[in-house]
Write a new protein. Structure first.
Length: 337
């Protein structure tokens, strides 16, 4: 009888131990379709977490915009409908205008992780939206203006946009409208292919990579240099969910995120070079602004974005208290090209 009692106690202890250290699950969605390079980058992060987190924590991906609309995802993670979202900060810029520090940045996540920039962004996310900012992925990639027809320039070498049907969005409308003076037509990413096909738009801003994945290169023939801005893609986690995780699970998620910040800079830099080579083979022509026109173009892209950030920050609790610090942490004048 005594042996039976001991056996039951040992079995019960083992069961209790298994329950005490049960694997935790974090549900996730991503803003863009799986075919896009940025989504593939996020899914590689998920694979790394699920490998490192066996028996501790796993990310369960529930899909992309077909599961929750891309513009509804930030609210969904804030409200706890899903635990984690991979999305551009610009999709919730009305609630958190400080994301524009990343949009106008000329630094990478690696550098801003080291100097305290991402720590500040995380703090702001927690205070303003109840979100944990886990990591800034796929940084170091900037935007170009891509056109169907050869671009025109004035006598001073500035880009002329009269008559250009320019697809815009919240990331670069301040620059396109206020500096370039362009008439922009807002279209979500998923509608741009049809818009180009039907002639609704004949130019768009887009990052240095992904044009081929989206098949927009079937219509766009010119890339205008220099590039401007930076991607602001990040992983946000419902703060209540984050706080409920074990310390071990948090450490795995954060450590893998920091490593992926580094890995994605290298991987996407290589992808950019590969895409540029393929586009050149297909006949894509590169047209560059020079001299003062180039300098003014880059200055306007940066300053119009900072102006937008400051104006929106001023309307919110806390005002512009972090404005100067954000610029200092996310922009290095010496790094400007």
């Amino acid at each position: 009888m005594k042996k039976q009692v001991i056996g039951v106690f040992v079995a019960g202890s083992a069961l209790f131990g298994a329950n005490a250290y049960a694997e935790e699950t974090v549900t996730a969605v991503h803003a863009f379709p799986e075919t896009l390079i940025y989504t593939k980058s996020f899914l590689s992060f998920v694979d790394k977490v699920n490998e490192a987190g066996k028996g501790v924590v796993q990310i369960e991906v529930r899909g992309g915009p077909e599961a929750i609309g891309m513009f509804q995802q930030p609210d969904a993670v804030r409200d706890g409908v899903v635990d984690m979202v991979y999305t551009p900060g610009s999709f919730y810029g009305g609630s958190l205008p400080e994301k524009d520090a990343m949009v106008a940045s000329n630094l990478t996540a690696v550098e801003t992780r080291a100097n305290g920039g991402i720590e500040l962004i995380d703090q702001i996310h927690q205070e303003k939206m109840g979100l944990k900012y886990l990591g800034w992925f796929d940084s170091g990639v900037c935007y170009n203006l891509w056109t169907r027809d050869a671009p025109d320039f004035d006598d001073a070498g500035n880009l002329k946009v009269e008559g250009l049907k320019l697809r815009g969005n919240s990331v670069y409308n301040a620059f396109f409208s206020n500096y370039l003076g362009a008439q922009v037509i807002d279209l979500p990413t998923g509608d741009v292919y049809a818009g180009l096909q039907r002639g609704v738009v004949d130019a768009t801003g887009w990052t240095q990579i992904g044009l081929i994945d989206l098949k927009w290169n079937e219509f766009l023939n010119y890339r205008i240099e220099p590039c401007f801005f930076s991607t602001d893609l990040g992983v946000i986690v419902n703060l209540e969910k984050w706080n409920s995780l074990s310390d071990e699970a948090k450490k795995i998620l954060q450590d893998v995120a920091i490593q992926h910040e580094k890995d994605s800079v290298e991987a996407l830099g290589a992808k950019r070079d590969e895409d540029f080579a393929k586009l050149a083979e297909q006949g894509m022509e590169v047209v560059s602004l020079e001299g003062e026109a180039k300098a003014n173009y880059l200055l306007a892209a940066r300053e119009k974005t900072w102006e937008r950030m400051k104006e929106l920050m001023a309307e919110q609790p806390g005002g512009t208290a972090n404005y100067d610090t954000l610029i200092e942490l996310f922009y290095d004048p010496a790094a400007d090209k």
